[in-house]
Design a protein around this ligand. Structure first.
Ligand code: GTP
Ligand code: MG
Length: 641
């Protein structure tokens, strides 16, 4: 073996283009320089997709990603279909793009330069990482420049498919330093240099599918071995990008078979890191990011980041330390707690929010706490909007509630629509305008003259059909104001979801539906936290002084309200920053059983309730400061058609 490799080395003459090829020697015996490879990490059984975003911009055709590069701040994505190299943050926020004639691949240097192969102009276009053009390289020399990489010395290595050669240029002057012929290749495309042993890795498309393979060359161009997957009984099919990690593992984007193949530095098959079964689609470019994760560009424009090895304890601690120091750990998860007395419709409301049917036999009388998970969209500025799911994005109740909570200055009424003109069923009648004003402006006292003295609520009036919806003029003005106030990007995102398009970041809301029976209350407090949004639920057909039976005796509705507000205040306030102490956490008051009321009763209830809040807030009773200045009604029983 030694002798053969020695002979091979002696047989190489880069200038004449002659190479002595060793075709697949027994892998275990191959000689490679792995002395500097750090101790191998443990591969995860299943690589975890930790981030994903689409590189498609608004006016784009569906992108075809053919090249990827990463530096500390940015990700550079070559979209060859749209003739652009797009610059994103690692989180996927688009920054700017660079237009190049038929770009293919990209490499980034530590000195802040981008090297983009243009097979349209048959050269390498050099830009600064801020997007300014610097120079070109290889004009008049390159035939079909494809893959590009930087070697350990920082020189630029270009794989030329037509000339079947690697051209090495000086990164600053562009001077040609070296040419390595690739006569063992049929059509060499991608290139990388192994960071551990400096071996050169090339993907070869071959003239027919039986010749698809990856060649590994020594730093001086000796052919060491090739890998085509036949040993595993599953040949490569259109291998695209290649990269290596800091351990010397080789990763091949096996595009046709829709998987990423991992090889040892010596070329032994290790495993498939991600496959079609994991949702991978036509991977075309691969790169390792500064966090040591594998980033994969898919042919259809998605960029996915995978954690594929176990974090060592030290690495984990170090990463945690850095994250803590940076203070920038975006958490796209929102907890919503539904609290209030028993039997008021909390579970019904939770089920409605997640678009699930309420089944009385199973859902009545919640035990402990039920937790439901749900999608929602997070606006970049930290505001959020809930959606029920892509099949029904128009859940205005939930959207309004969330928008209202998150944009406390912009929300006026609970009956505004975001996506269309249809007024919600919860529209307040005009007669309640004064109360509504009070909700949005505490200075205005309730006008008692409008409230009937003794509503006959025992009669449990049926839904009042005569109840007039908001007048069209008022609705239109409110609609316009509402749309003006809400951030455009947030609206676009909601609309995108309505069209079934992907939106990032899209994470989760968990709804915690607490049992209303007071025997559970001692344990409930354990779960209260300052970042939760609380929905405090009451029946609209109960007076504040109505008595509710509890485990030992009775409590009035007022006492229940006080209990929950005090609890929330007491268990959360200590952890808040001084400036948040008066406003957080958010508590939304939700009235249920609207169908059991005539409008006058509703008016009376609202008057009472807000008079009550008003009085307390005047005395600076802090629990009341958490209540958001809006009130929502939930008319959950659908009236018969
Ligand atoms: N008429 C009417 N009934 C409602 C409404 N909302 C809920 N209900 C009914 O009220 C009953 C109790 O509802 P739940 O949602 O289980 O009440 P809960 O607050 O979760 O009760 P606990 O889990 O015991 O704390 C069910 O029979 C619901 O059908 C409403 O708006 N109108
Ligand atoms: Mg319940």
């Amino acid at each position: 073996m030694e002798a053969m490799l020695g002979q091979s080395r002696r047989g190489v003459n880069p200038r004449s283009g002659q190479v002595t090829v060793q075709t697949q020697p027994p892998l275990a015996e191959q000689e490679t320089n792995t002395t500097s490879a750090p101790h191998s990490p443990v591969f995860l059984d299943k690589a975890e997709c930790v981030r994903s975003f689409s590189a498609k911009l608004e006016d784009d055709r569906i992108p075809v990603i053919s090249g990827l590069a990463i530096d500390k701040e940015h990700m550079f994505v070559v979209d060859r279909r749209n003739f652009r190299t797009k610059v994103f943050t690692h989180e996927g926020q688009f920054k700017f793009d660079i237009k190049v004639n038929a770009p293919w691949d990209v490499a980034v240097s530590q000195t802040g330069h981008l090297y983009i192969t243009s097979w349209g102009d048959r050269c390498v276009q050099v830009y600064s990482t801020r997007g300014q053009q610097v120079t070109t390289m290889g004009q008049g020399l390159l035939g079909s420049p494809r893959g590009i990489t930087l070697n350990r010395q920082g020189h630029v290595m270009v794989c030329d498919g037509r000339k079947k050669s690697i051209f090495t240029f000086h990164a600053d002057s562009g001077q040609l330093l070296n040419t390595i012929p690739l006569s063992m290749c049929e059509f060499p495309v991608y290139i990388t240099v192994n960071s551990v042993n400096d071996n050169i890795v090339i993907t070869d498309w071959g003239s027919d599918m039986r010749r698809y393979c990856v060649h590994v060359l020594s730093p001086t161009g000796d052919h060491l071995y090739q890998y085509n997957g036949s040993r595993e009984g599953s040949e490569l099919w259109y291998p695209h990008g290649v990269c290596t990690d800091s351990y010397g593992h080789i990763f091949i984007a096996d595009s046709g078979k829709q998987r990423i193949v991992a090889l040892s530095p010596q070329g032994q098959f290790i495993r498939y890191i991600v496959t079609w079964d994991d949702g991978l689609l036509f991977p075309s470019a691969v790169v390792i990011n500064p966090a040591g994760q594998l980033v994969v560009g898919e042919n259809k424009g998605n960029v996915k980041t995978f954690q594929y090895v176990e974090l060592k304890q030290g690495e984990f601690n170090e990463r945690l330390r850095r994250l803590c120091e940076s203070g920038k750990i975006p958490v796209y998860r929102q907890r919503v707690a539904i609290v209030g007395p028993y039997g008021v419709g909390k579970t019904y409301l939770a089920k409605r929010l997640i678009h699930e049917e309420y089944i009385k036999e199973e859902d009545a009388n919640t035990t402990g706490v039920n937790i439901y998970r749900h999608r929602f969209v997070v606006h970049k500025a930290g505001r959020s909007c809930w959606i029920r799911g892509k099949d029904d994005p128009k859940d205005q109740f939930a959207q309004n509630m969330a928008i209202g909570v998150q944009n406390s200055d912009t929300f006026c009424e609970p009956d505004l629509t975001v996506l269309d003109q249809t007024p919600l069923e919860e529209s307040l009648p005009d007669s309640e305008e004064n109360i509504n004003n009070m909700l949005t402006n505490r200075a205005a006292p309730p006008d008692d003259s409008e409230s009937p003295a003794s509503p006959d609520k025992a009669a449990a009036a049926p839904p009042d059909d005569s109840e007039s919806p908001a007048s069209p003029d008022r609705a239109a003005v409110a609609e316009r104001d509402h749309l003006d106030d809400i951030d455009k990007e947030l609206l676009e995102k909601i609309e995108k979801i309505a069209r079934g398009e992907d939106v990032e970041p899209e994470k989760q809301v968990t709804i915690w539906d607490f049992a209303g029976q007071d025997v559970y209350y001692t344990t409930h407090q354990t779960f209260l936290s300052e970042r939760i949004i609380y929905l405090l639920v009451f029946r609209l057909d109960q007076d504040l002084d109505d008595k509710i039976r509890v485990y030992r005796g009775e409590k009035t509705l007022k006492e229940f309200i006080m209990f929950w507000l005090n609890s929330i205040h007491m268990h959360t306030i200590g952890k808040l920053r001084e400036e948040d102490k008066n406003a957080m956490p958010y508590v939304l008051i939700i009235g249920t059983h609207k169908d059991m009321l005539c409008p006058q009763v509703k008016t009376l209830f609202l008057s009472q309730l807000f008079n009550y809040y008003h009085t307390y807030s005047m005395y600076n009773l802090y629990p009341f400061n958490h209540i958001t200045l809006r009130f929502l009604m939930s008319d959950l029983i659908v009236p018969p058609a």
